[in-house]
Design a protein around this ligand. Structure first.
Ligand code: ATP
Ligand code: MG
Length: 407
């Protein structure tokens, strides 16, 4: 019924070394949950009763990295892999719904598991001890339920980010949030105002990429509103129609804002500039007229679009408009033809950018094109002529044309 727990060799070695030194190491959290669900974990966290300096002495013959020491984490480099080992700990009093005032290292695993957020995340496994499941995590996996360890209000007050994490795991794992945890998610949503934008962005991004994002966001709409402001229902419902590209999905949620507003919302989440730029572009292209496949100039106009946006932005724009066109099958089929054509042109290596022209600024300067804004204008005109098929993308005809253009 449950997936089998198999520990990769290098992780197993590290647990064995702790064992040989009289300590116990367990794999813990997401990796245990994922394996019980028959999913392949993307990383393995190890927790142990060895205090950090004891862990270090267990691995005296290894390279160790001590950057996480404050939180009890020692990173051991074992056979070329960085493996994090964290001492069992309890979080001290939470002063600001964000950071525990201090962390205390402890010797028993019960305390460590009880500081974890949800029952499905609070299981640990050691090959000789077996599975340690103190809060019915397995039962909740079976019932597909996200439930806080302990009292939900208390746990959300300790760390407001858990509100969004509950939604993230529901969306990604396809689970329901248990009733009292769910009520507490809604009623404590204001606590998210104390949480840093970076932490919110990281959880929200995983949430909107999850399989159950729409249901989760509709069920917990007030939380979404706390984080992003008002979001149209139609935007939320677009999520399933879009591939798992976070820029497209943020654009869906922000599609009723002006491009500038969408960008400032993204900036307030402290996203990277590239994400911010892409979201703004997608939102601003909602009203963009696209070429019709029935037009004689379909190929040429597609090439112009490619030259203006580049392949990956243009594909995003068309994919977004295709989702907006849903369920109009004619419109969607038309956008599929456009996507196909864009791919064809771009795979053919046809010249759609100044970079691809068979002449460059240096060559143009040698036939007398001034190195001023005139240079840009001439390059643009040459590209236009190549796209239109008026001249081939070859050096001599391009230089001839350049000379005429500056006369
Ligand atoms: P993922 O597969 O996304 O990495 P994960 O369960 O490993 O999921 P992480 O955010 O990597 O999630 O956290 C690792 C573990 O640390 C969690 O499983 C949970 O036990 C604990 N944890 C992380 N963040 C919190 C938190 N804010 N409050 C309590 N426990 C937390
Ligand atoms: Mg993890």
């Amino acid at each position: 019924m449950f997936g089998k727990i198999e520990i990769p060799g290098k992780i197993r070695d590290v647990i064995d070394i702790l064992g040989e030194n009289g300590y116990k190491g367990y794999i813990v959290g997401g990796c245990v949950r994922d394996m019980l669900m028959d999913k392949i974990p993307h990383d393995f966290d190890i927790t142990t009763d060895a205090f950090p300096e004891e862990t270090v002495s267990c691995f005296a013959d290894h390279r160790v990295i001590l950057t996480g020491l404050k939180h009890g984490t020692v990173t051991v480099v074992h056979e070329g892999e960085n493996i994090e080992i964290t001492t069992f700990r309890t979080d001290g009093r939470y002063l600001d719904n964000r950071h525990p005032e201090n962390v205390t290292f402890v010797r028993n695993i019960e305390e460590d598991l009880s500081r974890r957020d949800f029952t499905v995340n609070a299981m640990a496994y050691n090959p000789s001890v077996g599975l340690v499941d103190l809060f019915e995590g397995q039962k909740d996996i079976e019932k597909k339920t996200i439930r806080c360890v302990g009292n939900a209000d208390t746990r959300f007050n300790e760390d407001g980010l858990r509100i969004l994490r509950a939604m993230r795991f529901a969306s990604v794992l396809g689970f329901e949030v248990e009733r009292s945890t769910a009520e507490s998610v809604i009623s404590n949503r204001e606590l998210l105002k104390n949480i840093s934008a970076e932490r919110i962005y990281s959880e929200l991004t995983k949430l909107i990429l999850g399989n159950k994002a729409i249901d989760t966001l509709l069920e917990f709409y007030p939380v979404l509103e706390t984080v992003l402001g008002k979001v149209p229902r139609e935007g939320i419902e677009l999520l399933d129609l879009l591939p798992p590209d976070h820029t497209l999905r943020y654009a869906a949620l922000l599609c009723d804002r002006t491009p500038e507003k969408s960008a400032s919302t993204m900036r307030s989440l402290k996203t990277d500039n590239e994400t911010c730029r892409a979201v703004k572009l997608i939102v601003s292209s909602v009203g963009l007229e696209l070429p019709k496949s029935s037009s004689d100039r379909f190929n040429t106009e597609c090439a112009y679009l490619l030259s203006r946006y580049g392949k990956s932005d243009l594909e995003r724009i068309i994919t977004f408009k295709r989702a907006l066109a849903h369920p109009n099958e004619m419109e969607m089929a038309e956008l599929d033809r456009l996507l196909e054509k864009v791919k064809e042109i771009s795979d053919s290596g046809a010249c759609v950018s100044i970079k691809q022209l068979s002449v460059d600024g240096g060559m143009l300067a040698s036939v007398g094109v001034p190195k001023t804004s005139e240079m840009g204008r001439v390059l643009q005109a040459l590209l236009g002529a190549v796209i239109e098929g008026e001249i081939p993308n070859e050096r001599d005809p391009l230089l001839e044309m350049a000379k005429k253009l500056i006369k």
